[in-house]
Every structure is written in C-alpha cells, then in structure tokens.
Design a protein around this ligand. Structure first.
Ligand SMILES: [Zn+2]
Length: 240
C-alpha cells in the first residue's frame, strides 16, 4: 500500500473543502465506489501514477453539484502492485458522500465501477483492512464499517465490492497471525469474484499474478508505509 498526499496529485489550485472534524468524533468507516473506470482493457486496475493523478483531478470537478472537490476523504486505486490511497478531503474534513454521515464517517472510495466489474484479486480486501487499521489507530473511536448502500438507495459501492463486506475489519493483527484473513477466507473472497475482469480472458491482465501472499504484504509491503510514517504524513496537512 502506498499513501499519496494531496500535494502529490492536486495541481489544480482548487481549495480543500469541508469543515474540520476532530478525530475523536469519527465513529464510522464508509466504503464507496466512484463508478468511473480506467478506460482500458483492465477497467479497475490503474497501471501508472499519471493515470491516478489525472483521475483524481477529474473526480475533483466531475460533480459540480457537490462542489469542486473530491467528495470523499480518500480514494483507493487498485494497481498491479497494491493499493494506492490518495488523500481527498483528508482525515480531518467533512465529506460530501453520504447524507447524514459526512461528519461522523470517514469515507474511502474505490476508483472504479464494482457493479459492472469484479475485484481483480483477493489481496484487495486484506490491504483495505490494513488501511482501516491505520485509520483506527489515528481515529480511535471508529466503529462499524458500512457500504454507502447501507444508508441510501444506491448500488454504491457496487455489488462485487459489497459482497466482501463480511471480511472488512480494522481489527488488529496478532504478530504471529500474519493476516486478518486466512487462506480459506481468501479463497471465499475469490469465489465471490464471479464477474472477474474481462481482461482476464484477453490475457491483458494476469489475475493470478496479482494475487499476493498476504504474509508478504504484512512483512514487507512494496512501497509500503509504516504507521509512524502515515501518522506523520496525516498529522500536518489538512488545515489548508
Ligand atoms: Zn457512494
């Protein structure tokens, strides 16, 4: 997992929107999807940094009715080497994503359309859980994890993502229990991926090759961040 601060992608000059929310007031995690996809044969997999930057800028202005900023606190991109989490409004600001839950909730939105396409690899959920664990350390009162559809008449975050909800967790991982999810869990998740990327058939994208060993992710995440690094990163920035 890689965490990208707003300055990494935001060349727009547009201000960060939302009101400041004390971290102790955060009680819910929310999962969304953006519906927008990567326009290539692997619509849920973002291959390059430039694709991610361009897409963040697009999301910033795509819904003027929700004002000119990313409506989510964070946006998650599935890449060939793991999740890239981009700071949207950030950890300290209200969002504009879920009526009634924009202050109490911290929203992470997956870039993609998970109603139309399936999650490409089993490691996505363990990495998402790792991200939730980071947020739980920083916002200690975080409680349940919801999908947008739990609160509104919407398909969001897409059925193929929502079916993995029973596996979402910020629960700490024991030192010798290297993954929140064991091999059986991972198999169950993969069995849920009925509508796997059509690119699998074209050979454009190697689903098997993307499946990572969770133990390896935990031990040495490629380009990974430590909690201390993330905390230092998140501690300073959402005030302007
Ligand atoms: Zn949503």
């Amino acid at each position: 997992m890689i965490y990208r601060e707003r300055a990494w992608w935001d060349s727009s000059g547009l201000p960060r929107l939302g009101y400041i929310v004390p971290r102790l007031n955060r009680a819910e995690l929310l999962v969304h999807h953006t519906v927008t996809i990567d326009p290539d044969p692997s619509p849920l997999v973002w291959e390059t940094d430039q694709e991610i930057k361009d897409h963040m800028l697009r999301l910033q202005t795509i819904r003027p009715d929700l004002d000119l900023d990313i409506p989510y606190n964070f946006v998650a991109f599935i890449t060939p080497t793991g999740l890239v989490i981009c700071e949207g409004r950030g950890i300290d600001r209200t969002g504009a994503h879920t009526h009634g839950h924009n202050t109490v909730g911290l929203a992470t939105s997956f870039a993609g359309n998970f109603e139309a396409y399936g999650i490409p690899a089993g490691w996505v959920v363990p990495e998402l859980n790792q991200w939730f664990r980071y947020l739980k350390i920083l916002c200690v009162n975080l409680g349940p994890i919801y999908g947008h559809r739990d609160f509104a008449q919407t398909a969001c975050p897409g059925n193929n993502l929502y079916v993995t909800k029973p596996f979402w967790s910020w629960a700490p991982v024991e030192e010798d229990d290297m993954a929140t999810l064991d091999a059986d869990d991972l198999q169950k998740i993969e069995d849920l991926f009925i509508r796997v990327l059509r690119s699998e058939a074209s050979g454009e994208f190697d689903v098997g090759g993307m499946r990572k060993d969770v133990k390896a992710i935990k031990a040495a995440p490629p380009g990974g961040i430590s909690v201390a690094q993330l905390e230092a990163s998140l501690a300073k920035k959402t005030w302007r």
